[in-house]
Design a protein around this ligand. Structure first.
Ligand code: GCO
Length: 471
């Protein structure tokens, strides 16, 4: 049979993000983030009305969080730092000591128990004051982020071995600047999303280069980026749908991976060609996709020590002939996506269980890109509020089997990070979709955490480094 055992140096972790768990949204000098503003202004956007004002109150419960991490036996904890908590104006002239102190004592608590911090520098919570100046659509945001990253590195580089500059540029840009569903909700599809993508990618590269020059020799940490990488297959394998699927991958994966790990860098030529053609058809004199200059291409190439892969599901792609005269990224891509009816449903409409996807994704990345290492920085499953979460256990176990096949076939996967340690505020879905290995009782003042079945199963997998049947 095939192996079910993880390599000896394989690392296990769990993940959260600041806005989703911390709460204390205006405490001890923290200022408003774009998500604070967005959900305060649009309370109807949240499925169950719960925003991040209090969330899991990890700001006060962080010792309890570390207890759970010890119970699970994870090697590392992936969490994010809130920019407006440590730089309330967004800029480096005003550093909030209390904000830095919070993360410092939290990191010390982790280190005390030999749990390595994996710090995400940016997980969606831009200071609102910077949004008022255009946020990620403003090219200067590259420098604002660079300064923020410098402050964070300076404070914690000596304690933190794993870094993620930015989490899921596509979610920030396509959903936040292209669409209206996520903060800041600009709704400028086909224009604002592309402006944002260029700036976010450059911001990542600037932060990486700073660490590389200032701290790499001294502390030898690893700095990566987390990219949303669901798999995509054609709904029917004919030439037309196959080509549409390749283009879809170039828009959803290549746009972010190509600049860092493809041979020639830059955005994929297929994407550049398509956006230029559509832009011309719509009467634009230039492409709506901003150009990367030769210097920017050079800055981005190789700008990460590992590829952080956030993988949840697989989509089936087919072409559509709905062509619109107005710009939009959907129209630039030009496909419709769906699921196989037999793929098991989660509590989230966009998430179905298709475990073979990670295997195909890994082989695809190996074939297309020259990357140094990969870490699954997120993978998870949503349920209702239940402690016996058999569907999460099944999804995790099937995923591990497929992942181990990929490792056997050459994927350079160094670690796995479950999303999430505990239930938290799932952006617009509030707490109606539960992703936690631990359940959180949001009704209780203490935000009581209770281990689910999946927590016990994950703990055992980490202990034995082996994926067993049954529980
Ligand atoms: C991310 C994700 C997480 C979500 C998770 C479940 O960008 O990392 O959006 O924050 O909570 O992916 O949807």
């Amino acid at each position: 049979g095939r192996i079910r055992r993880f390599p000896d140096d394989f690392l296990f972790g769990v993940s959260t993000s600041a806005y989703q768990v911390e709460g204390a949204w205006d405490l001890d000098g923290k200022s408003e983030s774009v998500w604070d503003r967005f959900l305060h202004k649009n309370p109807d956007m949240i499925a169950d009305g719960r925003n991040g004002d209090i969330a899991c109150d990890s700001y006060h419960n962080y010792k309890r969080d570390v207890e759970m991490l010890r119970e699970l036996g994870v090697d590392y904890y992936r969490f994010s730092i809130s920019w407006p908590r440590i730089m309330p104006d967004g800029f480096s002239n005003n550093i909030n000591k209390k904000g830095l102190e919070y993360y410092d004592k939290f990191i010390d608590e982790l280190l005390k128990y030999n749990i390595k911090p994996m710090v995400t520098i940016y997980h969606f919570d831009l200071p609102q004051k910077l949004q008022d100046l255009g946020g990620w659509a403003n090219p200067l945001c590259v420098h604002w982020f660079e300064d923020y990253a410098k402050v964070v590195f300076k404070a914690f580089a000596h304690k933190v071995p794993y870094w993620i500059t930015i989490n899921q540029p596509n979610f920030i840009c396509v959903d936040g600047y292209g669409g209206k569903a996520n903060a800041p909700g600009i709704g400028s599809s086909g224009i604002g999303d592309y402006m944002c993508i260029k700036n976010v990618m450059l911001a990542h590269a600037k932060a990486y280069r700073f660490y590389e020059t200032e701290y790499k020799d001294k502390f030898n940490g690893s700095v990566g980026i987390s990219l949303a990488m669901n798999w995509a297959d054609p709904v029917i394998n004919n030439t037309e749908n196959y080509q549409a699927t390749e283009l879809y991958r170039d828009f959803t994966i290549g746009l972010y991976v190509n600049p860092i790990w493809s041979k020639h860098g830059d955005f994929p030529s297929t994407v550049k060609d398509r956006v230029l053609q559509r832009s011309r058809d719509q009467g634009y004199m230039q492409s709506r996709l901003p150009v990367l200059s030769p210097e920017e291409i050079k800055l981005l190439k190789g700008s990460a020590d590992f590829m952080g892969v956030n993988h949840y599901t697989t989509f089936l792609v087919k072409t559509t002939d709905k062509v619109h005269s107005i710009p939009s990224i959907e129209n630039d891509i030009g496909v419709e996506v769906s699921f196989r009816p037999e793929w098991k449903k989660s509590q989230s409409s966009w998430l179905r269980s298709a475990p073979y996807g990670i295997y195909k994704l890994c082989l695809y990345l190996n074939k297309e890109y020259d990357y140094p290492a990969m870490i699954v920085t997120e993978h998870g499953w949503s349920t209702k509020k239940v402690l016996k979460d058999g569907s999460r256990v099944r999804n995790m176990r099937e995923f591990f089997k497929a992942l181990l096949l990929a490792v056997e076939d050459g994927a350079r996967v160094k670690g796995y990070t479950a999303w999430s340690l505990m239930d938290n505020v799932e952006w617009g879905a509030g707490t109606s979709e539960r992703f936690g290995l631990y359940e959180v009782d949001f009704e209780s003042k203490e935000k009581t955490r209770t281990a689910r079945l999946s927590a016990l199963v994950y703990k055992r997998i980490i202990e034995r480094r082996f994926v067993e049947e049954g529980w």
